[in-house]
Write a protein that binds this ligand. Structure first.
Ligand code: PA5
Length: 490
């Protein structure tokens, strides 16, 4: 069976010059650094306790038990059969993976045409913003009697998701009647959080109401698509085993120390050199596929939240070798590449101008698809386009973009997918997850926390008068308010 390929020709100095490219000797000269990072990752991955404590349990998601998959497939099948609409509420890691799967694995225009859905429900996502112009419109259009609501929040405390659910629940109650709770399912932490508490209380009154699926311990939101996203896959009719098989195969490839056999390590290592030694802090993720654009958005979150960090990681070990990671607050490092999700060919007519002639501070990651699900042939007598098929033109555009970048001494890499199938999509996700974990090792960061997102939350909690907000935080916000001078607003 074919596997995903990683082509890194265009990163080397032989292609893009010594100023902007990696010298091949640099890879050989870094073997010690690579082996050290590999040994550390291997050590923490091999211990269940470490995986859970340090949030690396996602490495085992590809090996979900058959019985669990069967339960989720069955539940998804039941929901799909019974409801016309399924509304998912969630944000960040509780949204982006599902949206990526929807766009990549369901037929494009799935919601618009019954023939494409094959009897399955239309899918909607909300709770991923606080924009009243989405949810308000949606709730006016959906029929609550025919809608199933799936609320996803690992913490069960996220404001956006809470706000959406606080509106959707009474809407459902009003429209669907007293058994409305049977149309709600929560995917959340098995024990903690406001959502878990709510679900447990409601579920104890009626066992068919407010059902829930537990999220695995030690899996952070953005690494959890292969856990929290499975029910969504089942509802839209994607074979979960195939997604997981693809991820499992990538896991195997990404477990070896030899960087020339490990695509995730090579990807992370080369990007780290370009970032640190060749001033390339911008990561453009550019699939040449409309349906993979949301996967690029998903990876953008993974990269930004995992590796954009103020402090390095300080590792301490107990007498059994079990590690604790803390932030090394003695030094501010402000590390991390900045992702920009794009897609070809659409963005060749927008940001590509900047990629080619703007500051040479970017590395473009192309995702190229060899075989598409559909094909279109252009009729004859259409000049140079006569008789050409779309997939050929799309891949030619990708090749042309690689050439144009190389020509201007701009580094890029290409991930090649044989096709956009559940197997290769699962494989792609795992590739990016493993690459992110390895990049975290190379940068000596904790890739599995996101302390930087607390700032805006705390400010909102302060303004919303959340009980129990830490006094130190409240005092800090009070002492340093946002200053808005009218003379600077014109
Ligand atoms: O990756 C993460 O942990 C975050 O992006 C979360 O997924 C996001 O903040 C949503 O959190 P929760 O699932 O707890 O509502």
């Amino acid at each position: 069976m074919k596997e995903i390929k990683f082509d890194f020709n265009n990163l080397f100095s032989s292609s893009v010059g010594a100023l902007h490219g990696v010298r091949q000797e640099e890879v050989a000269a870094s073997s010690e650094v690579i082996l050290k990072a590999h040994a550390h990752l291997k050590k923490i991955i091999s211990s269940r306790q470490e995986r859970i404590n340090l949030s690396l349990e996602w490495v085992n998601l590809p090996f979900a038990a058959k019985e669990i998959i069967a339960v989720i497939q069955k539940l998804g099948g039941e929901i799909a059969k019974k409801y016309e609409f399924v509304l998912f509420l969630g944000i960040g890691g509780s949204y982006l993976g599902l949206k990526a799967a929807q766009d990549a694995l369901a037929p494009w225009y799935y919601n618009e045409f019954a023939a494409l859905r094959k009897g399955r429900p239309r899918i909607y996502f909300d709770g991923n913003n606080l924009d009243p112009d989405t949810l308000a419109v949606l709730l006016k259009q959906l029929n609550p009697k025919k809608t199933f609501v799936i609320v996803i929040s690992k913490s069960g405390e996220t404001t956006e998701t809470k706000a959406a659910f606080s509106v959707v629940e009474p809407w459902l109650k009003k429209g669907a009647g007293k058994n409305y709770g049977r149309q709600i399912l929560a995917i959340t932490d098995p024990a903690s959080g406001a959502l878990r508490q709510k679900v447990n209380i409601e579920h104890s009154k009626d066992k068919l109401s407010f059902r829930s699926l537990p999220l695995l311990k030690g899996v952070g939101g953005r690494f959890s698509e292969l856990n929290m996203g499975l029910l969504h896959l089942a509802i839209i009719g994607v074979k979960i085993e195939q997604v997981l098989a693809g991820a499992a195969s990538m896991r195997k490839r990404c477990s070896v120390a030899d960087i020339f056999k490990n695509p995730a390590y090579m990807y992370a290592f080369l990007h780290t050199i370009l970032y640190r030694k060749k001033s390339k802090p911008i990561a453009i993720i550019m699939p040449f596929s409309e349906t993979l654009k949301s996967t690029a958005d998903w990876y953008s979150q993974l990269l930004a939240e995992s590796l954009g960090k103020k402090y390095s990681r300080k590792v301490t070990s107990d007498k059994f070798g079990n590690e604790t990671w803390k932030m090394d607050t003695a030094h501010i490092v402000n590390l991390g590449r900045t992702p920009i999700a794009a897609r070809g060919t659409n963005d060749l007519h927008s940001i590509q101008q900047n990629n080619i002639e703007g500051v040479n501070d970017k590395v473009v990651t192309f995702i190229k698809v060899e075989k598409f699900k559909n094909e279109i042939k252009i009729p004859s007598a259409r000049g140079i386009l006569s008789g050409k098929v779309y997939s050929h033109l799309l891949n030619l555009a990708e090749e042309a973009t690689e050439w144009a970048l190389v020509h201007e001494q701009r580094p890029s890499v290409t991930i090649i997918l044989p096709e956009i199938s559940p197997y290769y999509w699962g494989s792609l996700l795992f590739f990016f997850e493993m690459a992110t974990a390895f990049e975290g090792e190379l940068l000596n960061l904790n890739a599995f926390d996101q302390p930087g997102v607390e700032g805006y939350k705390n400010y909102m909690y302060f303004k919303l008068k959340k009980p129990g907000l830490c006094e130190k935080i409240a005092a800090e916000i009070k002492s340093k308010p946002l200053v808005k001078k009218t003379k600077f607003i014109i």
